[in-house]
Design a protein around this ligand. Structure first.
Ligand SMILES: O=C(O)CCC(=O)C(=O)O
Length: 291
């Protein structure tokens, strides 16, 4: 059965059919969840943040083509900051940035929703609060935000993964809200997912800090993902894809000449324990906030 697409009902109200689809598949696709004006507002704001970013300083690459950890401090301390990560193919063989910085970044994260007024106002809308509460979150906290560029031609592939291993809580509670800011197609690297596997007893792995600047990905279940069951999630700009923390998902490389910008916000339930070993930590003076 293919993953259904739902039209937005007023203010993202969740119908019993939507609830049943999320429970069955671990993913919920809601078209026109945000307006084109909102997409453009976030894109314009990001463009201004990139204008202000000095690309001659820190140059950290983000790649999601293996479980290899990103053990640099720039990444590990990004949970409480707005940091910029490049595509690996943005550099030539001598390490020089090729082209414009606006077309070289992989993502910006991970506290846009707390530190930037435009992303804060977007992320803390009542309709998103009602949505995650309807899906069972009692005390939603906004943990992580990422602006994902999936650049034309160099936008890297994201291997099949779940989000809970990276945003572990006890018990598990992570939900991802992934907003397409531009059309996402097979050509420019739309999301894909494998429905139903979120019902497994536990996430298939866990990323944990094992030293001050060192993390390790511990495999808890080494079965291969049944990739033959994966389904493409081609969507129009303005669509929201709600991802259960244990929903396996991926995206292909972008070989086209069109970018595929997206904004992803991850929430956890404040009633759950958030371990000190998680890679993403915040300073004590910068606590997690809800809506
Ligand atoms: O946007 C993508 O290509 C991947 C996003 C993703 O994996 C996530 O938001 O968890």
């Amino acid at each position: 059965m293919s993953i259904p697409y739902f039209a937005n009902t007023e203010d993202l109200n969740i119908s019993p059919e939507m609830m049943a689809a999320y429970d069955r598949d671990g993913v919920l696709v809601i078209e026109n969840a945000i307006g084109k004006d909102e997409c453009h507002r976030l894109m314009r704001r990001m463009s201004m943040l990139v204008d202000d970013f000095d690309d001659r300083g820190q140059r950290s690459v983000f790649s999601a083509v293996s479980n290899e950890q990103q053990d640099d401090r720039y990444f590990l301390e990004s949970g409480g900051d707005i940091r910029f990560f490049f595509e690996k193919d943005a550099f030539d063989s001598s390490g020089n940035l090729q082209g414009d910085k606006h077309e070289a970044l992989n993502k910006v994260g991970h506290a846009l929703h707390d530190l930037d007024p435009v992303f804060d106002a977007f992320s803390r809308q009542g309709k998103f609060k009602r949505l995650v509460k309807a899906l069972g979150m009692v005390d939603p906290k906004l943990l992580q935000s990422m602006y994902i560029f999936k650049q034309a031609r160099i936008g890297g592939e994201v291997l099949c993964h779940q989000d809970s291993p990276f945003l572990w809580t006890e018990p598990q509670s992570c939900i991802g809200l992934w907003f397409a800011l531009e059309n996402a197609t097979l050509e420019n690297g739309c999301l894909w997912g494998i429905p139903g596997l979120h019902k497994e007893a536990s996430p298939r792995g866990r990323l944990a800090r094992v030293g001050p600047n060192r993390t390790e990905f511990k495999v808890l279940n080494d079965q291969a993902w049944p990739e033959e069951k994966r389904q493409p999630l081609e969507v129009k700009a303005g669509t929201l894809i709600v991802l259960h923390g244990q929903f396996p998902h991926l995206s292909g490389p972008n070989n086209s000449n069109r970018s595929r910008h997206a904004y992803a916000l991850h929430l956890i339930d404040g009633r759950c324990t958030y371990p000190r070993e998680n890679w993403l930590q915040r300073r004590d003076d910068f606590p997690l906030r809800g809506f």
